[in-house]
Write a protein that binds this ligand. Structure first.
Ligand code: SAH
Length: 213
């Protein structure tokens, strides 16, 4: 099977048949070549239904987790998005397809370099990269219309709430270092509406509002 065929099958069986119907999201998942975001040793598994190691002790998320996360953001195309923990850059590329502007933050410079190179080769020019502790957000570039955190947090980092527009959403895995609940937080005038999406396992966020290294 070609990579394209594997990708179409992934979207059909792992994403659409599990209830995700946003056509823009499905089209982006069909377009982005996930096999280019994983190391050679695991390339044959790029479209499998689970996370994969990407080096530095980190993982590329399972395709369905990326789909569930981005489905909750309900993007229309005009948004400025903050992504914390860009890792391989795979979800960053999907975000670049779906939003106007993506601000990707990663604490490990080697991963960020690889992700940046991959996205530039693919022609995504609406992504801005920062190496820093993403649990602090990017105050100088706030506010954001949506925020995604791809590493586990014990609680929603307060700076991220401050950097979100009213009406905007943050999607993130909240829980212990071992297991979490993927959660959508919507900022409505003066309060937060919280909705649980699915239980999940992400690597821990290491930083001021995460865990110590
Ligand atoms: N969506 C990515 C997930 C990578 S795993 C992918 O599918 O490839 C989570 C990433 O979060 C790791 O790359 C890790 O280095 C990064 N991370 C952990 N703590 C962080 C922090 N405080 N700020 C920014 N990135 C962080």
């Amino acid at each position: 099977m070609t990579y394209q065929e594997q990708r179409e099958r992934m979207v059909e069986e792992q994403i659409r048949q599990r209830g995700i119907s946003d056509e823009r999201l499905l089209a982006a998942l069909r377009r982005v070549p996930r096999h280019l975001f994983v190391p050679d040793e695991v390339r044959h598994q790029a479209y499998a239904d689970h996370p994969l190691p990407i080096g530095e002790g980190q993982t590329i998320s399972q395709p369905y987790m990326v789909a569930l996360t981005l489905n909750s953001l309900k993007l229309q195309g005009h948004e400025r998005i903050l992504e914390v923990g860009s890792g391989s850059g795979y979800q960053t590329a999907i975000l670049a397809e779906l939003a106007l502007e993506v601000h990707a933050v990663e604490r490990l410079v080697a991963l960020l370099k690889g992700a940046q190179e991959c996205l530039e080769k693919l022609g995504y020019w609406n992504v801005h990269w920062s190496v820093t502790d993403g649990s602090l957000g990017l105050p100088e570039l706030a506010p954001f219309d949506g925020i995604v955190v791809s590493a586990a947090v014990p609680e929603v980092p307060q700076p991220l709430i401050s950097q979100l527009v009213t009406g905007g959403r943050i999607v993130l895995p909240i829980g212990s270092r071992e297991t979490q609940m993927l959660t959508e937080i919507r900022k409505v005038d003066g309060s937060l509406a919280r909705q649980e999406i699915a239980s999940c396992v992400f690597v821990p966020l290491i930083g001021r509002f995460g865990w110590p290294a």
